[in-house]
Write a protein that binds this ligand. Structure first.
Ligand code: 1CP
Length: 345
C-alpha cells in the first residue's frame, strides 16, 4: 500500500474508510514517559527541536506505542517568530517565552527579512522522520496561523488575558496588519519547504482564535489564514497537499466554514459534532473532537464518550478521529490505549 492509499489521506479525500483513521493533537509529548527520558537530556526545549534525529525519534514514539494512522512533525509553531529574532526560549515549567517580544510600530518596521533557511533544522527533521516512519504512514506538517503567531509575538508568552496584545491591537492596528502579512508570507515559505522535504498533509493551528470578537476574528485571523491557504493552493508544489485547519473555540461557529479550498476542519471540543456533521457532509472531511478531559475519567466513561462520537460519525465519508485539542501532560497513556481500542473494536 502506498502512502496515498493510507486511511488518513483517503479520509481527507472524502473516501469512505472501514474504520476512522486516528491521530491525536500533541501525540508526541510530555504525557509519554519515553518522551520524558529524552527530554531530560536538554535544558531548553528549543535545543531539542534543533536536533533532527532526536525529533524524528520523538515523532515515532506514539506511532510505535499506539499504531496511529498518521504522524506529525515534531517541532513547535513558534519556530517561525523565532526566525524573526524574537528570542524564543522555554523556561522550565513555564511554557514558551520571547526575550524580545514585538513592542512597537518601529519593531515591526525593523524586523529582519525572513530567511526560510534559518529553519533548515525543521526540514531536516521532516527528512529524518520520513526515513524511520513506516513507508505508508503519512506525515503531517504544520504551522501556527498568522494570528496565533502574532498574539504570541506581542504578548511574549501564553497568557489568560492577552492584555498587551489587545492593547497593541487598538493602538497600532496598522502594525498588526503589517505583521500578519509578514507572517503569512513566512508561513507559506515554511510550509512549502516542509512539503518539499516530504510531508503529506498540512495543518494550520489557530490556537488563539478565542481571543477575538466576531469582526476581529474575520479581520485578523480568518482573512490571513485564507491568504495563506490561497498561496498554498496557487503554488505548483503545494496545491495538491490536503489542508486541515484547527480553530480553537472561535466565537463564530467553525462548522459554517469560513475558508475556501481547505479539505478538513479540525473541530475544537466545544463544537457540536452532530450539527457540524450535517452541515459539512460530502463537502469537507472532519477531524475531532473528543474533549481531552474525558481521558482523565474512568474506563467506562471514556468508552461511552468514544462510542457517542463514533456513532455520530458512522458512515461519514472523510472522518478522522482526533481530540478537540491537544493531549495534556496529566493524561495516563493507558487511557489512550483504551480509547483507541474502543474506536477500532
Ligand atoms: O517542555 C517541553 O517538553 C515542551 C512541551 C512542548 C511540546 C512537546 C511544547 C512547548 N511544544 C511541543 C511540541 C509541539 N507543539 C508539537 C509537536 C508534537 C505533537 O503534536 O505530537 C505541535 C504540533 C505543537 C504545536 C503548538 N505549540 C501549538 C498548537 C497546538 C495547540 O495545542 O493549540 C501551540 C499553541 C504551541 C505553543 C506551545 N509550545 C509548547 C507549549 C507548552 C505550548 C503551549 C503554551 C500555551 O498554552 O501558551
Amino acid at each position: 500500500m502506498s502512502v496515498n492509499e493510507s486511511s488518513f489521506l483517503s479520509a481527507l479525500n472524502l473516501e469512505p474508510t472501514s474504520k476512522p483513521p486516528i491521530w491525536l493533537m500533541r501525540q508526541a509529548g510530555r504525557y509519554l514517559p519515553e518522551y520524558q527520558i529524552i527530554r531530560k537530556n536538554y535544558k531548553n526545549f528549543l535545543d531539542m527541536c534543533k536536533e533532527p534525529i532526536t525529533c524524528a525519534e520523538l515523532a515515532l514514539q506514539p506511532i510505535e506505542r499506539y499504531e496511529l494512522d498518521a504522524s506529525i512533525l515534531f517541532s513547535d509553531i513558534l519556530t517561525v517568530p523565532d526566525a524573526f529574532n524574537l528570542g524564543l526560549y522555554f523556561a522550565e515549567g513555564e511554557g514558551p517565552r520571547f526575550q524580545n517580544p514585538i513592542s512597537s510600530k518601529k519593531h515591526v518596521d525593523d524586523l529582519n527579512k525572513f530567511d526560510v533557511n534559518d529553519l533548515s533544522y525543521v526540514f531536516k527533521t521532516v527528512e529524518e522522520t520520513k526515513k524511520i516512519l513506516p513507508h505508508n504512514l503519512p506525515l503531517i506538517g504544520f504551522c501556527g496561523s498568522p494570528w496565533t503567531l502574532v498574539a504570541y509575538s506581542i504578548e511574549g508568552s501564553g497568557s489568560k488575558t492577552f492584555h498587551k496584545t489587545k492593547k497593541f491591537m487598538i493602538e497600532n492596528e496598522a502594525s498588526i496588519l503589517k505583521l500578519l502579512e509578514v507572517y503569512t508570507n513566512a508561513c507559506f515559505e515554511y510550509l512549502k519547504q516542509q512539503v518539499m522535504s516530504g510531508v503529506n498533509a498540512l495543518q494550520i493551528f489557530d490556537s488563539w482564535a478565542d481571543l477575538l470578537d466576531a469582526s476581529q476574528l474575520r479581520k485578523f485571523s480568518f482573512s490571513y489564514t485564507q491568504k495563506l491557504i490561497d498561496l498554498l493552493k496557487h503554488d505548483e508544489i503545494t496545491k495538491d497537499i490536503p489542508l486541515i485547519v484547527f480553530e480553537k473555540n472561535p466565537i463564530l461557529p467553525f462548522s459554517d466554514n469560513p475558508f475556501k479550498n481547505i479539505q478538513c476542519l479540525s473541530l475544537h471540543f466545544t463544537e457540536n459534532l452532530k450539527n457540524s456533521r450535517d452541515k459539512l457532509l460530502n463537502k469537507y472531511a472532519i477531524q475531532g473532537n473528543l474533549d481531552p478531559k474525558i481521558l482523565l475519567l474512568s474506563e467506562k466513561e471514556i468508552i461511552t464518550e468514544v462510542r457517542k462520537i463514533c456513532n455520530t460519525m458512522q458512515d461519514y465519508p472523510g472522518y478522522v478521529f482526533n481530540l478537540g485539542h491537544g493531549i495534556t501532560p496529566d493524561i495516563n497513556p493507558e487511557n489512550i490505549k483504551l480509547m483507541i481500542k474502543a474506536i477500532r473494536d
